[in-house]
Ligand binder design. Structure first.
Ligand code: FES
Length: 141
C-alpha cells in the first residue's frame, strides 16, 4: 500500500480510536493491591496497578511508555478487567484484546501481549500481597 492511500482515521474502528486516545486510566498508584511492570523487546513498558475488593477487581490503572497501539491495548485490558473476579481476569487473553479493538495491526500483537502480561504480573502480585500484606510496603518498582 502506498503511503498516500493510508488514512489512520478511516482505517481504525471506533473502539480502537477510543482506546488509543483514552487517558483517564493513566494513573500511578502508590499502594495498589497488585502491581505489574513489563518491558517488551521493542522497549515499550507498561506498569499496571490493580485494586481488589472481595476477590473482584475494583479498579485498574496504568502507566505506559510506548506506542499508540500499546496505549490502546492497555486501555482495553483495563476495560476488560474492571469488575471481573480475579479468576475471570486470569482468563483475559491477547486474542480478547485484539478482538475487542478490531483493527489492531497483526504485526502489533506484541503490544497486546505486553498489556496482558503486565496484568498477569499485577494479578500474581495481588495474590502474594494477600498472603503477606507487609510485602506491599517493600515492593520494588
Ligand atoms: Fe512494542 Fe507496542 S511497539 S509494545
Amino acid at each position: 500500500m502506498e503511503k498516500k492511500d493510508y488514512d489512520f482515521w478511516q482505517h481504525h474502528s471506533v473502539k480502537y480510536l477510543e482506546m488509543a486516545f483514552r487517558t483517564d486510566k493513566q494513573e500511578i498508584l502508590e499502594s495498589p493491591d497488585g502491581y505489574g511492570k513489563r518491558t517488551g523487546d521493542c522497549g515499550d513498558t507498561i506498569e499496571m496497578f490493580i485494586n481488589v475488593c472481595d476477590e473482584h477487581i475494583r479498579s485498574v490503572s496504568f502507566n505506559v511508555n510506548g506506542c499508540i497501539n500499546t496505549n490502546a491495548c492497555a486501555n482495553t485490558v483495563v476495560s476488560l478487567a474492571e469488575g471481573k473476579s480475579i479468576e475471570e481476569a486470569w482468563e483475559i487473553t491477547t486474542e480478547n484484546v485484539a478482538d475487542y479493538l478490531e483493527t489492531l495491526p497483526t504485526h502489533e500483537t506484541h503490544c497486546a501481549e505486553l498489556a496482558v502480561g503486565s496484568l498477569y504480573l499485577a494479578l500474581a502480585d495481588a495474590r502474594e500481597s494477600k498472603k503477606a500484606p507487609w510485602k506491599k510496603l517493600y515492593r520494588k518498582k
